[in-house]
Design a protein around this ligand. Sequence first.
Ligand code: SAM
Length: 307
Amino acid sequence: MGKIRVRNNNAASDAEVRNTVFKFNKDFGQHILKNPLVAQGIVDKADLKQSDTVLEVGPGTGNLTVRMLEKARKVIAVEMDPRMAAEITKRVQGTPKEKKLQVVLGDVIKTDLPYFDVCVSNTPYQISSPLVFKLLQQRPAPRAAILMFQREFALRLVARPGDPLYCRLSANVQMWAHVKHIMKVGKNNFRPPPLVESSVVRIEPKNPPPPLAFEEWDGLLRIVFLRKNKTIGACFKTSSIIEMVENNYRTWCSQNERMVEEDFDVKSLIDGVLQQCNLQDARASKCGQTEFLSLLHAFHQVGVHFA
Ligand SMILES: C[S@@+](CC[C@H](N)C(=O)[O-])C[C@H]1O[C@@H](n2cnc3c(N)ncnc32)[C@H](O)[C@@H]1O
């Protein structure tokens, strides 16, 4: 933990300016956004309406929070560090913003989230992935999430089939949401600066969500992205995968009062499905939703599930 003085090096009205001494905790991903232009840019990109309830993850000292309180009806800020929660509470005390801010102390991943229209976060990078999936599972779905991530994580979110960074995360998130890269943010805009560059993305959950069970989709993606440059046929030849497919098939048969044939051979069942979809020689790194959906559908048709 480095001892950092947060000082006023910008416009006088910015309270990122408070002369507060904090020991920023790197374990909590505490990299405070010190550039007011970037903070304002992020809030502008959120396109908040006066009727909006905003969820902010990790308000820190409140540099995004105070700007959002000017635009929205309410901001619910979930913060894990009690010192930061106290700081943001103090920052709005005695101002008209006080009544619009609700600070929730705790780990956002373990918190049952209330209703919100938009989520905004300069995200603690260690919770990037669980946060994205938590937001995608939120019901009713928020209108949008404007989230700062490490540049590489952001680029994975938007990567398309064939791009070097395309991975299970890309295929997964793009099934449930439209994702756009909206802003690059250099490390010197933070105090203390992180080791890597950052980017802001906009995630708009599809509404209504696709009629698909998340666990099924993710279960299939886990297999085909096991080694994304291997063929899908090779992924399904791994012995642990063959065993899992067989177990899942037998469970499905017993739940549906079906007899498992005496000469049942799981390898031929798998080969048949892959041939039907013509995907034995395809590689996940080059496949998109159409291919994965057709594969999932064909497995379901023969009683193989992945959840
Ligand atoms: C990168 S800082 C952002 C601070 C502020 N929003 C800003 O932009 O200047 C991340 C903040 O998230 C908080 N935090 C870390 N992990 C968290 C978690 N699991 N749940 C809620 N807040 C968390 C940290 O304490 C820190 O205040």
